[in-house]
Write a protein that binds this ligand. Structure first.
Ligand code: KG4
Ligand code: ZN
Length: 347
């Protein structure tokens, strides 16, 4: 018998994602993004995102079904991001998922967005090793997690104490006059720059900081250092070497992320590191993490870029795993929880 067909809905930020998954097989991954509507504000505007989700929901569900060649009646379970994320945006997805579950008479799984970023890798590289060490880096979060079972056991080892890694990319891009979201633009600009041109600070990496914050991150000092450096250049009337600033900044972020991820894996005796979230699409992060992990016999798994950024397939992947492992569905009155703790995999 084939595995159950799970439909996943993601609306925690600015992507309306609807995915269809059977076991570890990805059948459809339809995404409608409102990113262009936020670009001129330099960040996601919650009310604009909520309205865009509302408009995109039905067409995106229809597009996913058409791509997979299935009808809604064929769906065996519905999964939805219950949190964390923007409250109004989450509400749209949760309401849509409840309506589908009720209308189709199928179970509903309200799941954690962060665990879904981990589970999505199963669609590309097969079953997750138990345990694995996940480095989740996006516009909203930067965490190191010990994942023993993605449906029940996700334990935070550390996280950012200020800005998220993606937020730092977006803010530095803005300083350099690059468009929002800045990560991909910095990544591209960095290719023609020198990563050692400017020695930007590595947050929470001094011996003293490591005593208290071994697996935590801080990016606000780095962002300020870049702002000061760029300002000094502008004040002196010299042109800002955008590629060098981008490459040196990117190196500072990736240096700290990779160093702490590998240190965490080694200290926990874990042989597999998984990168997830939008910043995992960064070309330098992947290379430097592999360089550091390989000498320790640690493998690095990274989903393809389209699965690293927010999407519905990741939610369907986690839902499918919940069904496969016989986890209980959520109640139909499940709330959207904008600050859902990372340890809580399902609602
Ligand atoms: O996971 P995601 O799509 O949404 C959130 O949950 O935040 O991540 C979006 C973030 C943005 O900050 C974006 O600038 C960053 O991921 N990003 C990148 C790259 N592609 C996207 N950062 C660095 N390098 C990239 N190639
Ligand atoms: Zn995300």
């Amino acid at each position: 018998m084939s595995s159950p067909l799970v439909l996943g809905i993601e609306t925690s930020c600015d992507e309306t994602g609807v995915g269809l998954v059977r076991g570890h097989e990805l059948l459809a991954d339809a995404v409608a993004s409102s990113v262009d509507e936020h670009a001129r504000f330099g960040g996601v505007v919650p009310e604009v995102a909520s309205r865009a989700h509302l408009e995109a929901m039905v067409p995106t569900v229809e597009r996913a079904c058409a791509t997979a060649g299935v009808r809604l009646d064929d769906v065996d379970a519905i999964a939805v991001t219950a949190g964390p994320g923007l409250a109004g945006a989450l509400l749209v997805g949760v309401a849509a998922a409840k309506s589908l579950a009720l209308g189709l008479g199928k179970p509903l799984y309200g799941v954690n967005h962060l665990a879904a970023h981990v589970a999505v890798d199963q669609l590309e590289h097969g079953a997750l090793p138990d345990p694995c060490l996940a480095l989740l880096v996006s516009g909203g979060h930067s965490s190191l997690l010990r994942v023993a079972d993605v449906t029940t056991s996700v334990e935070p080892l550390g996280s950012t104490i200020d800005d998220a890694a993606g937020e730092a990319f977006d803010k530095v891009a803005r300083l350099l006059g690059l468009p929002f979201p800045g990560g991909p633009h910095i990544d591209r600009a960095a290719r023609s720059g020198s990563s050692v041109a400017i020695d930007f600070p590595r947050g929470l990496s001094s011996r003293r900081d490591l005593e208290r914050h071994r697996f935590d991150f801080s990016f606000s000092g780095l962002k300020t250092a870049v702002a000061r450096w760029v300002q000094a250049r502008e004040d002196s009337g010299e042109p800002v070497p955008v590629a060098d600033v981008a490459a040196s900044f990117q190196e500072a972020v990736c240096d700290v992320l990779s160093r702490k991820a590998v240190d965490a894996a080694v200290s926990q005796g874990i042989d597999d590191v998984l990168l997830g979230g939008g910043v995992a699409a960064n070309s330098r992060l992947r290379v430097i993490t592999e360089e550091r992990a390989t000498p320790h016999g640690i493998r690095v798994r990274v989903p393809r870029p389209g699965l690293c950024t927010d999407n519905g397939a990741m939610v369907a992947a986690l839902g499918a795993e919940m069904v496969a492992r016989g986890r209980a569905p959520s109640a139909l009155d499940l709330p959207a929880d904008s600050s859902m703790p990372v340890q809580q995999v399902s609602a």
